[in-house]
Ligand binder design. Structure first.
Ligand SMILES: *Cc1c(COP(=O)(O)O)cnc(C)c1O
Ligand SMILES: [Zn+2]
Length: 407
């Protein structure tokens, strides 16, 4: 199957149906929109509906009709790593890591950038824009360049050096903003209304959001269509969490998997608006936040998508947890040393949260648990090990090696 099974947009609040156009909100109630597909046809076709490699293997359940619009840099198809050593350390029967670091710009953002830029082409836009702490900016800039579109990237002043270098390399229109994401996004979202550029932000665009759904399709296919019991997903604004949950929902309704996993939402304690609301049984109260090492999770006001995450957690009896910066950095070191996966702090917040939930006996350790590790460590800035070197001759070299090995 090479076409798209997308049928239309549906309001998540009032259920009103809308045609497949570039529309960000419900006409009737201003609610957020989600895409609907012909899942009966997916059920009939089964896994044979999917062909080819990488993210666009799942084109039938993505909203881009014309294959010529499917801009690619080779995203998706990332590994699902069985981690017995780390599982033993955490005391869980089976631990799987969905490691998204191998994506073209090193993060999960490439999944939504490829569908965002494809949608920009589909709807005839020539300019894209995003407000970013670094990862979305470098991803949207790269995919815009690949599509021949102009990208206006607004980047956080404290973005890491590798992220800034990446953005500056891929777009001439890089603008640094002062303050945090939450402050600028309010104004930027208003410019979206004026249609000055295509919305590549995380607040509303259902077409962009949709690409991250492929995490669920890949995890399902990589486990032989019997997904793990639990999936831990990061939450900044909530796109990754919502999209993954939606993907498992579609797969269940189409009969491709027996049941959807329990979803766990993971946040940094310094930006934990969703976790607090879930724990306290309240609506989301936006937080004034400062810096967290999990730069990509630094959203104090997750807005309406945050409410959507809460709804999914409450309906699906999911769990939510947060981790302090120190705990995140500890999870980062542990993952690198025990499994050789060098991920950035944003990417391992899920693992830090999982560690705490297991230690607190909030999850059943007899289950199979999958954690999404959403970025590489190669775009992070951190303190370097000492560069003070030693000049060796044969004797001193041999002495060092035998000492290190205790031989
Ligand atoms: C943006 C980002 C996330 C999560 O953001 P959502 O808006 O909640 O989808 C997670 N990990 C990384 C590495 C990111 O860049
Ligand atoms: Zn509505």
């Amino acid at each position: 199957m090479t076409g798209s099974l997308a049928e239309g947009l549906v309001c998540i609040d009032c259920g009103a149906a809308h045609p497949l156009a570039y529309r960000l909100e419900c006409e009737r109630c201003h609610g957020l929109l989600e895409l609907r597909y012909d899942l009966a046809r997916l059920a009939t076709a089964g896994p044979a509906a999917f062909a080819g490699t990488g993210l666009w293997r799942y084109a039938p359940v993505l909203p881009i009709a014309d294959p010529a619009h499917r801009v690619t840099l080779g995203e998706g198809g990332t590994p699902l790593l069985d981690c017995p050593r780390l599982a033993r350390a955490l005391g869980v029967r089976r631990l799987l890591l969905k490691y998204d670091g191998p994506n073209p710009t090193g993060t999960v953002k490439d999944r939504s950038s490829t569908t965002a830029i494809a949608a920009a082409l589909q709807f005839g836009y020539r300019v894209t824009s995003v407000v970013s702490s670094g990862n979305a900016g470098s991803s949207i800039a790269a995919y815009s360049a690949r599509a021949g579109l102009r990208a206006l990237i607004f980047a956080y002043e404290r973005a890491s050096a590798p992220k800034l270098l990446h953005m500056a390399a891929t777009t001439p229109d890089l603008v640094i903003y002062q303050g945090v994401y939450d402050d600028l996004i309010v104004h930027w979202d208003r410019l979206v209304e004026e249609k000055l550029f295509f919305d590549c932000g995380a607040s509303r665009n259902a077409y962009k959001h949709e690409g991250k759904k492929t995490l669920a399709y890949e995890i399902a296919e990589q486990t032989g269509w019997v997904p793990p019991d639990v999936v831990v997903a990061p939450v900044a604004v909530g796109e990754t969490f919502i999209a993954t949950a939606r993907g498992f929902g579609e797969l269940t309704r189409a009969g491709l998997i027996p049941r959807a996993p329990l979803m766990v939402a993971a946040q940094a304690t310094r930006a934990n608006a969703v976790v607090r609301a879930f724990r306290d049984g309240t609506a989301i109260a936006p937080l004034k936040i400062g810096y967290t090492v999990a730069e990509g999770l630094a959203a104090g006001n997750p807005g309406r998508k945050g409410e959507w995450v809460l709804r999914l957690l409450r309906e699906g009896q999911g769990l939510a947890g947060d981790a302090e910066d120190e705990e995140i950095l500890e999870a980062q070191r542990r993952l690198a040393r025990t499994e050789g996966v060098w991920a950035g702090p944003t990417g391992v917040a899920t693992l830090a949260v999982l560690t705490k939930l297991l230690a607190g006996k909030r999850l059943d350790p007899a289950q199979t648990i999958c954690t999404i590790i959403s970025e590489t460590g190669l775009k992070t800035e951190a303190e370097l090990p000492s560069r003070a070197g030693t000049a060796f001759d044969y004797e001193s070299l041999r002495r060092l090696v035998t000492e290190r090995l205790g031989a």
